[in-house]
Design a protein around this ligand. Structure first.
Ligand code: PLP
Length: 406
């Protein structure tokens, strides 16, 4: 993988921050930077194609519709879904999970029924279910983690009861970098006849995902975390599952016929896509997926795993350094949460910023995980395919400088 060539496609990476290095951007788990190919495709569409999609008889509307539905097909191929009708465009992972939590619990859950989540979930995969707890009295059961941030599969198996209705877990932790054994998690759930939603926000940018191979029932991810635009994401659902769910929101696009007495709903996936979709963002997302596919996810994964292992090793040289998550780099994805002595994560992050290095600080939308780890927050460096060993060296040098200041 030629990261030098790749970096040329990301103009923002040449930006100088506070007159320091060119930007060292290590906040990719929050959002990735965008290559020219994505931004230019979206600009081109706004300038030359823009028209509302579906049911338009005029030229531009048909062209915009072709682009939008072509993008759906690109997503289908990217995930290896069986059919484009299994690909629902949403605003992102959060909306995808909320859609499943609401529609699935409406269709299949009553008071006292249970969803299994894990201790390392992002708030979006906790609060969406808690809203259903309030609406319908469903209950959350939680898979605990080991001290080095792995799911306790032995405990997971014990959580199944005759009230379990769905399992909803993350593929990769946005705090610990843990790559969860989701195939095994899905297999076990299916043995109990229970469907599984996988939160793929942190896996899709870094590894090949094949939804048929995983056999997951639902899979969610966000465009902006995989070099695409903000405001668009995907919910994959097995057709037979999506068919059984009621619509999420009401409005245009999602209906077949409307009278004041009765409305019939559109076919998949439009039943879940009320209102004008972000058809320009879907183009941006498709170009981002094309970009990732042209580099190759196997090459990206190998490169980033090597970079992460290098970073863990180099950061380990720093006195008082604590790195969270699995020590085994084969299951530690491109996210490193750390803490140095008793330097507050906010102080560390702010000073690193002054040295030109962007990391994230805080609870990373995973407060229950912070409670489990007995901390308030961490500093988090997260990598993308354009990051380099030189940037890791710059991070290490900057952390050492900050440490000396305290
Ligand atoms: N799930 C995980 C694991 C995440 O890391 C994130 C974002 O950080 C989300 C869900 C929510 O993604 P979005 O804000 O794009 O909806």
């Amino acid at each position: 993988m030629n990261y030098e060539l790749i970096r040329k496609d990301f103009p923002i990476l040449t930006k100088t921050i506070y007159g320091k290095y060119p930007l060292v951007y290590l906040d990719n788990a929050a959002t990735t930077q965008k290559p020219r190919q994505v931004v230019e495709a979206m600009t081109e569409e706004y300038y030359n194609v823009n028209a509302n999609v579906h049911r338009g008889v005029h030229f531009l509307s048909q062209q915009a519709t072709e682009l939008h539905e072509g993008s759906r097909e690109t997503v289908r191929k990217f995930l290896n879904a069986r059919s484009a009708s299994e690909i629902v465009f949403t605003r992102g992972t959060t909306e995808s999970i909320n859609l499943v939590a609401q529609c699935f619990s409406d269709a299949f859950m009553k008071e006292g029924d249970e969803v299994i989540v894990s201790e390392m979930e992002h708030h979006s995969n906790i609060v969406s279910w808690q809203l259903q707890q309030q609406r319908k009295g469903i209950r959350l059961r939680v898979i605990p983690i080991t001290d080095d941030g792995q799911l306790r599969l032995d405990e997971y198996e014990k959580l199944f009861t005759d009230r379990t209705r769905i399992v909803s877990v993350t593929h990769v932790s946005n705090v610990l970098g843990t790559v969860n054994p989701v195939k095994e998690i899905i297999r076990i759930a299916h043995e109990h006849g229970i469907p599984v939603l996988i939160d793929g926000a942190q896996s899709t940018p870094h590894m090949k995902v094949d939804v048929q191979e995983l056999d997951c029932d639902f899979f969610a991810f966000s465009g902006h975390k995989i070099y695409g635009p903000t405001g668009i994401g995907v919910l994959y659902g097995k057709e037979e599952m999506l068919e059984k769910l009621p619509p999420y929101m009401g409005g245009g696009e999602m209906i077949k016929n409307v009278t004041f007495e009765r409305t019939t709903f559109n076919e998949l996936p439009f039943k879940f896509e009320a209102g004008t979709p972000d058809y320009v963002a879907s183009t941006g997302l498709a170009r981002a997926l094309d970009y990732v596919s042209s580099v190759g996810l196997d090459a990206i994964e190998a490169y980033e795993r090597d970079l992460t292992a290098y970073a863990i090793q180099r950061m380990g040289e720093i006195e008082d350094m604590k790195i969270f998550g699995p020590a085994d780099v084969s299951i530690h994805d491109a996210v490193i949460s750390f803490q140095v002595g008793n330097i507050h994560h906010l102080d560390m992050g702010t000073l690193l910023d002054r040295l030109g290095i962007a990391v994230r600080t805080g609870h990373h939308c995973a407060e229950p995980l912070m409670h489990r780890l007995g901390i308030e927050g961490t500093c988090r460096a997260s990598f993308a395919m354009y990051n380099t060993r030189e940037e890791v060296d710059a991070l290490v040098a900057a952390i050492k400088r900050v440490r000396q200041m305290f």
